[in-house]
Design a protein around this ligand. Structure first.
Ligand code: NAD
Ligand code: UD1
Length: 344
């Protein structure tokens, strides 16, 4: 089957391309390289030994996308492309609403025009109302920032689309906290500037690029007072997409699945596991809570296990080891930053 992967040069997209190619899918990637580098796709080729068909296309450019759909017969789409920083979305909501919503609308319009109606969409655990227990797919929804709002709005658009035309087959995947990297150390998470997320920050402290980790609060109602999250290996997340693509090939409707491990680890626990696995020392200091953070967020992943026959396999130790290998092999990430692309 030929699959179009939007945002395929990004963190989760590149890992998903590896799994798709290994499962014998034919992969076409589009990405505007705003938050990624073409080098990631070269590395995917190195890992898999197969060429990737890549087009540097911005999703907002409808004519470019139409051209591609005219030229290549696409059977299904995995849609990763979008902006993903919560803090940036609060500072610049128009940028987020424009890119994430308009990009998705253009994609859906073009898919509709070319009668391509199988879609897997990247949503996030950020759509859930904070709760102290495991979140299943029926849990209450609430967005607390423009980024989360774009995910909720897109989920609604997809439901409305199916109501209007029930030949669409759509799977919405709500990721919890993807971390780690491919075992080869060739691809991984490559944040631009100072990382917002926990594990990339830890690995940069460990490698000496950052002085100390700031732990945002140790007075939450959790076992050690620090926040608890459902960290999941990015390769497990990528594998979930293969299952979802296979699922929508044989069913119709809009299905929603959590991709998480079902187990929460605290910030302090992650730091300890990382130190234990890598023998690196993480200097840290406890500071005030980060606005907008919740105490606990972890999944009930049983729906994906029952219906997709998928479950997360990789341990927290493997997540730390693999992230560390990626960081050591690529202390400056892929080196080519979006700022350099825009300047050149
Ligand atoms: P990423 O930024 O690494 O990848 C997204 C890719 O989309 C980038 O390569 C970027 O250049 C591209 N892109 C953005 N706007 C585009 C446009 N208009 N046209 C073409 N390409 C465009 O992010 P990621 O971590 O791989 O996340 C992928 C998806 O998963 C996103 O939709 C994100 O919101 C969602 N998600 C991520 C996480 C996470 O922790 N990483 C958690 C939940 C959901
Ligand atoms: C964040 C986003 C979420 C998004 C996800 C993946 C917020 C509020 N939420 O989730 O919408 O889907 O990233 O991109 O931004 N922490 C520290 N020090 C740090 C960084 C993080 O103590 O330097 C703590 C946080 O307080 C939290 C935990 O580590 O308790 C995980 O944080 P992070 O990796 O940013 O993920 P989330 O906040 O869960």
């Amino acid at each position: 089957m030929r699959v179009l992967v939007t945002g395929g040069a990004g963190y989760i997209g590149s890992h998903t391309c590896v799994e798709l190619i290994n499962a014998n899918f034919e992969v076409i990637v589009i990405d505007n390289l705003y938050n990624s580098s073409k080098v990631a796709l070269d590395r995917v080729e190195k890992i898999t030994g197969k060429k990737i068909e890549f087009y540097q296309i911005d999703l907002l450019c409808e004519s470019d996308l139409e051209e591609l759909f005219k030229k290549r017969k696409i059977e299904s789409v995995i849609h990763f492309a979008g902006y993903k920083s919560v803090s940036e979305s609060v500072e610049n909501p128009l940028m987020y609403y424009t890119n994430n919503l308009s990009g998705t609308l253009v994609l859906l319009k073009v898919m509709n025009k070319f009668n391509v109606k199988k879609l897997v969409f990247s949503s996030s655990a950020t759509v859930y109302t904070p709760a102290m227990g495991a979140l299943d797919e029926e849990a209450d929804l609430k967005a607390t920032n423009p980024y989360g709002q774009t995910k909720l709005i897109i989920e609604q658009i997809l439901r409305d689309l199916y109501i209007s035309d029930n030949t669409w087959n759509i799977s919405i995947l709500r990721y919890f906290n993807p971390i780690g990297a491919h075992k080869s150390g060739e691809i991984g998470e490559d944040p631009d500037g100072i990382p917002n997320n926990l594990l990339p920050y830890i690995t940069q402290v460990a490698v000496g690029k950052l002085e100390e980790l700031k732990i945002y609060g140790n007075d939450y109602p959790t076992k050690d007072g620090t926040g608890v999250r459902d960290f999941i290996h990015v390769v497990d997340v990528a594998r979930g997409h293969i299952k979802a693509i296979e699922y929508i090939d044989s069913s119709s409707g809009v299905s929603i699945f959590n991709l998480g491990t079902g187990r929460g680890y605290s910030v302090m626990e992650l730091v300890s596991v990382f130190e234990e696995e890598t023998k690196a020392k993480i200097n840290y200091r406890v500071v005030d809570r980060r606005p907008g953070d919740t105490a606990i967020c972890y999944s009930n992943p049983s729906k994906a296990e029952v219906e997709l026959n998928w479950r997360a396999m990789k341990s927290i130790e493997e997540m730390c080891e693999d992230a560390w290998r990626w960081q050591l092999k690529n202390p400056n990430g892929y080196k080519v930053r979006k700022s350099e692309i825009w300047e050149s």
